[in-house]
Design a protein around this ligand. Sequence first.
Ligand SMILES: N=c1c2ncn([C@@H]3O[C@H](COP(=O)(O)OP(=O)(O)OP(=O)(O)O)[C@@H](O)[C@H]3O)c2ncn1[C@@H]1O[C@H](COP(=O)(O)O)[C@@H](O)[C@H]1O
Length: 108
Amino acid sequence: MNDTLAQLYRVIESRRAQPQEGSYTCYLLEKGLDKILKKVGEECSETIIAAKNGRQEETVGEISDLLYHLTVMMVQQDIPLEAVMEELDRRSTKIGNLKQFHVSDHET
Ligand SMILES: N=c1c2ncn([C@@H]3O[C@H](COP(=O)(O)OP(=O)(O)OP(=O)(O)O)[C@@H](O)[C@H]3O)c2ncn1[C@@H]1O[C@H](COP(=O)(O)O)[C@@H](O)[C@H]1O
C-alpha cells in the first residue's frame, strides 16, 4: 500500500521537475499553493459528504482525490513522504492515546 503512495509521490515530483503538456499535476503546481489548498479543502468536504451519505464507492473515490491533492501539496511544500510515514510509525508504538484528547472532542 505504501508503495502506491510512494509511486504517486514520485510521479508528482517528476511532473514538477519535468513539466508535461496536459498534466493536471503540472496545472496545479503552476497555479500554486492557494489553488492546491482549495482543492484539498474541496476534496475533504466531498469526502465528508460521501461518507455521511453512506456511499462507500463514492467515498473511496473522494478519499483517493483527497490523497492525491494532499500529495501534490506535500511535494509543493517539500515535505517528504517519509516524514509522514515516520510520524505514523512513531505514533504506532503508542497505545491508550485517549487521555491526550479532551473529552468534549469525543462527544461532538
Ligand atoms: N491521482 C490522480 C488524480 N486524482 C484526481 N485527479 C484529477 O483531479 C481533477 C479533479 O477534478 P475536479 O472536477 O475536482 O477539478 P477540475 O474541474 O477538473 O479542475 P479544477 O477545479 O482543479 O480547476 C480531475 O481532473 C482528475 O483527473 C488526478 N490527477 C492525477 N492523478 C495522478 O497523477 C498522475 C499524473 O497525472 P498528470 O499530472 O495528469 O499526468 C496520474 O497518473 C495519477 O496517478
